[in-house]
Design a protein around this ligand. Structure first.
Ligand code: SF4
Length: 315
């Protein structure tokens, strides 16, 4: 089956028997996009499906809220050169790709000016800056999604990073293995990982246990066997995962696939996503229930990213 993501709303509505008139569907400047693997896990005709809500553009996105803006975590203030974001001590984020295999409606970078940021020339300059700063020991590949690049391109970039002696850890942030496991890189990248001197961390992004399947289980096992440490970050999303049973099931299902829950993010206040926000009091009550019902290693840290702060802030 083709793994080309769907990018037309009418394709999605037809595939899932959704009537656009009934569902508040509304085209948006951040266009719809979702891969077949993800769409296959949505219940047809169910407007409250927790996966559908993550990708369906709706009228609420057009409502303006004064506390929500286009750069909620201050990426553009921490951008010493294009492609590079340097917020935290000892590590930098290199934007590897302007694209993702999915467009998550709550994405904090949904307005990010990728086209001005990412190209080979910018990477070269960013790598020179990383080479010149031996206080940096970890490079985080993000985007967009680094795994939306071809395997050859992402591996080429990783090998450049590996040549920098003071870099000890490569961290990749990707949602592709969860939402599009059939197209995630699993050939040359894994061969490289088996022999690389770098510590390798893959931070996945999964918000609901329904996103996980036999396909993700098999893929994630190959990453683990190749030497990647697997962690997960989720975003707390109203109507999607804002109840304790859903979050508990998510932690158990991740662990069954060899992944430790790492962060549960309070929503970044990005323009167009206010309808996903869960009040802090409710978020704290959820965390308390998780603490009571899960072993500590399955309780993700509930955090908020505040622009300009030198670390994520526990709620
Ligand atoms: S995969 Fe990540 S970067 Fe891409 S749209 Fe979703 S949240 Fe945003």
């Amino acid at each position: 089956m083709t793994q080309t993501p769907l990018s037309k709303l009418n394709q999605l509505c037809n595939a899932l028997a959704i009537d656009p008139q009934d569902s508040g569907v509304c085209e948006n400047e951040f266009p719809f996009k979702a891969p077949p693997d993800f769409i296959n896990r949505i219940q047809p005709g169910q407007l409250d499906d927790p996966l559908l809500k993550q990708v369906l553009p709706v009228v609420e996105e057009a409502v303006i809220h004064s506390d929500f803006n286009r750069d909620p975590v201050g990426d553009l203030q921490a951008n010493p050169s294009p492609s590079l974001i340097h917020k935290y001590h000892g590590r930098v984020l290199l934007m590897a790709s302007p694209k993702c295999d999915i467009h998550c409606r709550y994405c904090f970078r949904r307005h990010f000016p990728y086209e001005q940021q990412i190209n080979q020339r910018h990477w070269k300059k960013a790598l020179q800056q990383i080479s010149a700063d031996n206080t940096i020991h970890e490079v985080i590949l993000s985007g967009g999604d680094p795994f939306s690049l071809s395997e050859t391109a992402v591996l080429g970039l990783i090998k450049e990073i590996e040549r920098i002696e003071h870099i000890k850890t490569l961290r990749i942030h990707s949602r592709t293995p969860i939402v599009a496991p059939s197209k995630a890189p699993c050939g040359e990248l894994l061969k490289w990982a088996q022999t690389s001197r770098l510590n390798k961390v893959l931070v996945l992004h999964c918000n609901h246990a329904n996103e996980l399947s036999q396909l993700t289980a098999e893929l994630l096992q190959t990453y683990r066997q190749a030497g990647f440490h697997l962690l997960n970050q989720s975003v707390l999303l109203k109507g999607i995962n804002d109840d304790s049973e859903t979050l508990i099931t998510l932690s158990h299902t991740l662990f069954a696939q060899g992944v430790l829950p790492y962060y549960l993010h309070q929503l970044d206040r990005v323009e167009g996503a206010a309808h996903f926000e869960v009040p802090n009091q409710e978020a704290l009550a959820l965390r308390q229930t998780l603490l009571e019902k899960l072993p500590g290693y399955l309780v993700p840290k509930l955090v908020k990213e505040n622009a300009g702060e030198p670390h994520k802030t526990p709620l």
